[in-house]
Design a protein around this ligand. Structure first.
Ligand SMILES: Nc1ncnc2[nH]cnc12
Ligand SMILES: [Zn+2]
Length: 341
């Protein structure tokens, strides 16, 4: 298929984004603008030199830059502008539903109020719902390089805003910080009514995916690339329809895989895993939803049936109601000319 034809097909697919760190959507241009208005010096003297620093050998090298960039976010308006910029961008890519991560501790540890962060993000999400027709869920992520005690404090701080938050996640430096470290706070989060997800098996071993399932009771795994190392785990994921939110451009940028042709998503689909494609930190990894679909489809020679399955899987994996899921899935099928019988 010609590149332009593939791009056109991907553009038209109604898509759900389920693995997006809002701080990872912070474009250098907006970062400079917000840094200037808040009088915060950046370590880079131009947008170009900042962009040149976006070369990573592993997850930690990325995280160091990502946390530094987030430090210019001070006011509610900053969080609003960040979120609104992301939403208007993906509106143009026919993303119709988003489930967005935010990292409260990255901000509260700098003295920014939980209310400042969540109110700014929430205001933009509400505006996108009203004006762009994009539905949303919000996921508060605990930073796994910090203690479980710190995660408990974050859970406590979230409670006045519980009505705005749909679930909790677990992100940041994976190796050495297994899911088991957060078993108690995940149980307490579930008791508060939060849904549960966790990053696992991105750089960490397959045992972290088992732990996320058995000790944290998550309903989806973020990344999960390493699951193919373990056939029993694959069978569990298939039998229980546990989705994996994969991020192909992120995996190449962070050297989780060497080249896109090595990405496991096609094999996962073949095995019947509810695999989905997302963008993780699009401002840092070179692409949003369309670019992730496109680069993966090109490298793995995905056909239209596989593209349709990926799009359907994302709605199946979402936290939308059964009726909403059904409506979106029927739209995807219609788009691909498949009957909804
Ligand atoms: N890919 C990733 N893995 C873990 N933590 C993250 N935080 C933002 N992006 C992340
Ligand atoms: Zn992620």
């Amino acid at each position: 298929m010609a590149p332009s034809e593939l791009k056109k097909i991907i553009q038209g697919i109604p898509k759900a984004e389920l693995h997006l760190h809002i701080e990872g959507s912070f474009k250098p241009e907006l970062m400079f603008e917000i840094a200037n208005r808040n009088n915060i010096p950046l370590a880079y003297d131009s947008i170009e030199s900042l962009k040149n620093a976006y070369q990573f050998n592993n997850l930690q090298e990325f995280l160091d830059i990502y946390y530094t960039g987030a430090q210019v976010l001070i006011k509610e308006q900053d969080f609003y502008d960040l979120t609104w910029a992301y939403l208007t961008k993906v509106y143009g890519q026919n993303v119709v539903h988003v489930e967005v991560f935010f990292d409260p501790q990255t901000h509260t540890d700098r003295g920014i109020g939980f209310n400042v962060v969540i109110n700014g993000i929430h205001r933009a999400l509400e505006k996108a719902k009203a004006e762009l027709g994009i539905s949303y869920k919000l996921i508060m992520s605990y930073l796994r390089h910090l203690s479980e005690e710190a995660a408990f404090q974050t859970l406590e701080a979230s409670l006045p805003f519980k009505h705005l938050i749909d679930g909790v996640g677990l992100d940041s430096s994976e190796v050495g910080n297994p899911p088991s470290k957060f078993a108690k706070v995940f149980k307490a989060s579930a008791d508060q009514g939060y849904k549960l997800v966790a990053h696992a098996g991105e750089e960490g071993p397959v045992s972290y995916i088992w732990e996320a399932l058995d000790l944290l009771n998550v309903v989806r795994i973020d990344h999960g690339n390493r699951c193919l190392d373990d056939e029993a785990l694959v069978q569990r994921l298939v039998a229980q329809k546990i989705p994996l939110t994969l991020c192909p451009l992120s995996n190449v940028a962070l050297k989780v895989i060497d080249k896109m042709v090595e990405h496991p998503v096609a094999v996962m689909l073949d095995k019947g895993i509810v695999a989905t494609i997302h963008s993780d930190d699009p401002a840092y990894f070179g692409g949003y939803m369309n670019e992730n679909y496109y680069e993966t489809a090109r490298a793995l020679d995905l056909n239209e049936v596989q593209l349709m399955q990926l799009a359907i899987n994302a709605f199946e994996a979402s936290w939308l109601s059964p009726e909403e899921k059904g409506k979106h899935i029927s739209n995807v099928k219609k788009y691909f000319g498949v009957s909804n019988e």
